[in-house]
Design a protein around this ligand. Structure first.
Ligand code: NAG
Ligand code: NAG
Ligand code: NAG
Ligand code: NAG
Ligand code: NAG
Ligand code: NAG
Ligand code: NAG
Ligand code: NAG
Length: 459
C-alpha cells in the first residue's frame, strides 16, 4: 500500500524536467492508441542492446549468469513478432529495420532458427517462437529480406520441418520440451512446445494450402487431448514426464498455452472452410480462456500474478495471449464480438498502471490493480501492455487479415526448408553440470521442482 502511494506520487512529479503521467489511453481514438503503444514500445526497446558494443544482434541481454539478470533467447524472438504486429496494426515503421536485422542474424547456420550459440538452451518452444515470428512476417507482408537471405515463409517452414520428425513413441507421441538429449527437460513433454508446432502447422496449412501441415496439426491436437494435457473442459496444463508415460501431469496453467492453441484451432477452422468440429473447439477453448484468465474481463496470469511470483518468462505471457486473441478474430470472425470487450478492459487497465520506474511510466504486470503499480518492470511487462493496447485499433480502422499465398502474400517459400539442418556435433557434447543447471528454461517451474514456488500445483 505504502509503495503504491509512493509510486503514484512519484508519477505525478516532474521526471527529467518533463511532466509525467500515467498512460491514459482513449480507446475511441486511434491516435491515442497509437501514441500510447508507441510510448510503451519505445521504453521496451531501451532494453535492447544488440546494436551496441558488446551486444549481440537480435537478442536481449542475458540470460544469467551474464549478466546476472536477463532474457532467454526465445523471448527476443517473441519480441520481434510483437513488433511486427505493432507495425501491422499501427503503421509505425520505426522498428522494422531493427526487427528484420535481428531475426536474420539469428536464423542459424542452417536457416532453421537453431543458431549454435544457443544450443545450451534450445527448446522446441524456443525455436517455435522464432518460427511463429517468421510466420507473422509472412502473413503481414512484412518487408522481405534481401535476396540470398532466407525468406520469412521458408524460416517458418524450416522450423516446422525440423520439428515434424521429432515426435517419438513415448507418451503416445508429441514433441519433447527440449531439442537436444543432454538438456534438462528432454524427458518432459509440454503443451507449449506442442502448441507452437500445432499453431505453425495450422497457419502454414492456411497460408500455403498444403494439407500435410494440417495433418500434422490434427495429429498434435489429438495427442494433447489423448494424453490429457488438455482436459475435457479445455483447460491446458503445463506438461508431464516420459518416465511416467506422461501421467504425472503438472497442473499449472499459463495464458500463452490458451493463446497458442486457440489461434491454431482458429486457423484450422479457417483452413477447413469453417468446419463444425473446429468451430466447436474454438468456442470451447475461448470459453476456457475467459473462465480462467479473464476475471473481471482483465487478462490475469493466474499461476503467478496473485503473489507476483512470475519468472522473467512469465511476465511476458499476457503479450501472446492478447495478440493471439486478436489474431483469432480475423480467421474465426464470429469471435470478434466475444473477444474485443476483454481486450478493451485489459488495455485500459494495462495502460493505467504504467506509472512506475524512473520514467514514471514503466508498466507492471498487475493490470487488474490499476492504477496501482506493482513495482515490477521489464521487457515482458512492456510487451504485454503494448500488445493489449495496439490490438484495440481493430474496431477503429482497417487492419489487414493475415495473408495467404493466394491473397497477396509475397514471401516465397521452400517446402524443403530445414533439410540441411543437422544436430550440431559441438552441441551434442555432453554438457557439464554447470551447463545443465544453466540450461534453457521456458517454463522454469520444472527446475524449480516440487519444493519450489509452483510445487503445490504439481499434484
Ligand atoms: C540498429 O540496427 C538496425 C539494423 O542494422 C538499424 O536499422 C538501426 O538504425 C540501428 N539502431 C541504432 C540505434 O543504431
Ligand atoms: C554468437 O556469439 C558470438 C560471440 O558472442 C557473437 O559474436 C555472435 O553474434 C553470436 N551469434 C548469434 C547468432 O547469436
Ligand atoms: C502411454 O500413454 C499414451 C497416451 O496417453 C497411451 O496411448 C498409451 O497406451 C500409454 N502406454 C502405456 C504402456 O500405458
Ligand atoms: C476450401 O474451399 C476452397 C474453395 O472452394 C477449396 O479449393 C479448398 O479445397 C477447400 N479447403 C478444404 C480444406 O476443404
Ligand atoms: C462456458 O463456461 C461457463 C462457466 O464455466 C459454463 O457455464 C458454460 O457452460 C460454458 N459454455 C460452453 C459452451 O461450454
Ligand atoms: C477465413 O479468414 C478470412 C480472412 O480473415 C475471412 O475473410 C473468412 O471469412 C474466414 N473464413 C471463415 C470460414 O470464417
Ligand atoms: C504460391 O504457391 C505456389 C505453389 O506452391 C508457388 O508456385 C508460388 O510461387 C507461390 N507464390 C508465392 C508468392 O510464393
Ligand atoms: C507440402 O509440405 C510437405 C511437408 O513439408 C512437403 O514435403 C511437400 O513437398 C509439400 N507439397 C507441396 C506441393 O509443396
Amino acid at each position: 500500500m505504502f509503495s503504491t502511494l509512493v509510486s503514484r506520487a512519484a508519477a505525478a512529479l516532474l521526471v527529467g524536467g518533463a511532466a509525467v503521467q500515467a498512460l491514459q489511453v482513449d480507446l475511441t481514438s486511434a491516435q491515442s492508441i497509437k501514441d500510447t503503444a508507441a510510448t510503451i514500445a519505445y521504453d521496451m526497446m531501451t532494453y535492447y542492446k544488440g546494436n551496441q558494443s558488446g551486444g549481440i544482434i537480435g537478442v536481449l541481454p542475458g540470460p544469467p549468469p551474464n549478466p546476472s539478470w536477463g532474457y532467454y533467447w526465445w523471448e527476443s524472438g517473441a519480441m520481434w513478432g510483437t513488433l511486427i504486429d505493432y507495425w501491422h496494426y499501427t503503421g509505425d515503421t520505426s522498428y522494422n529495420d531493427v526487427a528484420e536485422a535481428g531475426i536474420q542474424w539469428q536464423v542459424g547456420e542452417h536457416d532453421d532458427m537453431m543458431p549454435s550459440n544457443w544450443s545450451q538452451s534450445m527448446g522446441n518452444d524456443d525455436q517455435g517462437f522464432w518460427g511463429m515470428t517468421a510466420m507473422s512476417a509472412a502473413e503481414t507482408n512484412f518487408q522481405n529480406p534481401a535476396s540470398g537471405q532466407p525468406s520469412w515463409l521458408s524460416l517458418a517452414q524450416a522450423v516446422f520441418n525440423t520439428q515434424a520428425v521429432r515426435p517419438d513413441n513415448t507418451c503416445g507421441g508429441g514433441l519433447r520440451w527440449q531439442v537436444y538429449p543432454y538438456l534438462t527437460g528432454y524427458d518432459y513433454k509440454n503443451s507449449i512446445a506442442n502448441g507452437c508446432f500445432f499453431n505453425l502447422g495450422a497457419r502454414l496449412a492456411r497460408y500455403t494450402g498444403n494439407d500435410t501441415y494440417a495433418q500434422h496439426a490434427e495429429k498434435t491436437w489429438d495427442w494433447i487431448q489423448t494424453v490429457g494435457l488438455m482436459d475435457e473442459n479445455y483447460n491446458i496444463y503445463d506438461g508431464a514426464h516420459i518416465e511416467t508415460n506422461c501421467t504425472d501431469i503438472n497442473l499449472v496453467q499459463f495464458s500463452y498455452n490458451m493463446g497458442v492453441w486457440l489461434l491454431g484451432a482458429a486457423n484450422m477452422y479457417n483452413y477447413t472452410n469453417g468446419s463444425a468440429i473446429w468451430e466447436n473447439r474454438v468456442n470451447l477453448l475461448l470459453n476456457s480462456t475467459f473462465n480462467t484468465f479473464f476475471p473481471g474481463d482483465i487478462a490475469y496470469e493466474v499461476a503467478c500474478e496473485p503473489k507476483l511470483t512470475c519468472t522473467t518468462d512469465m511476465f511476458s505471457f499476457k503479450a501472446y495471449l492478447t495478440r493471439w486473441l486478436a489474431a483469432t478474430t480475423f480467421v474465426a470472425p464470429w469471435t470478434r464480438d466475444l473477444i474485443m470487450p476483454k481486450l478493451q478492459a485489459s488495455a485500459k487497465a494495462a495502460a493505467a498502471q504504467c506509472v512506475g520506474g524512473a520514467t514514471g511510466r514503466a508498466c507492471g504486470l498487475s493490470w487488474s490493480k490499476a492504477p496501482a503499480y506493482d513495482g515490477t518492470y521489464g521487457v515482458g511487462q512492456q510487451m504485454a501492455a503494448m500488445s493489449a493496447v495496439f490490438v484495440n485499433l481493430l474496431p477503429l480502422q482497417a487492419v489487414g487479415s493475415p495473408l495467404t499465398n493466394s491473397t497477396g502474400g509475397t514471401s516465397v517459400g521452400n517446402p524443403n526448408a530445414g533439410s540441411q539442418s543437422v544436430a550440431n556435433p559441438e552441441a551434442l557434447k555432453p554438457a557439464t553440470e554447470g551447463d545443465r543447471v544453466g540450461a534453457g528454461v521456458l517454463t522454469t517451474l520444472v527446475l524449480v521442482g516440487a519444493t519450489g514456488m509452483f510445487g503445490w500445483m504439481s499434484l
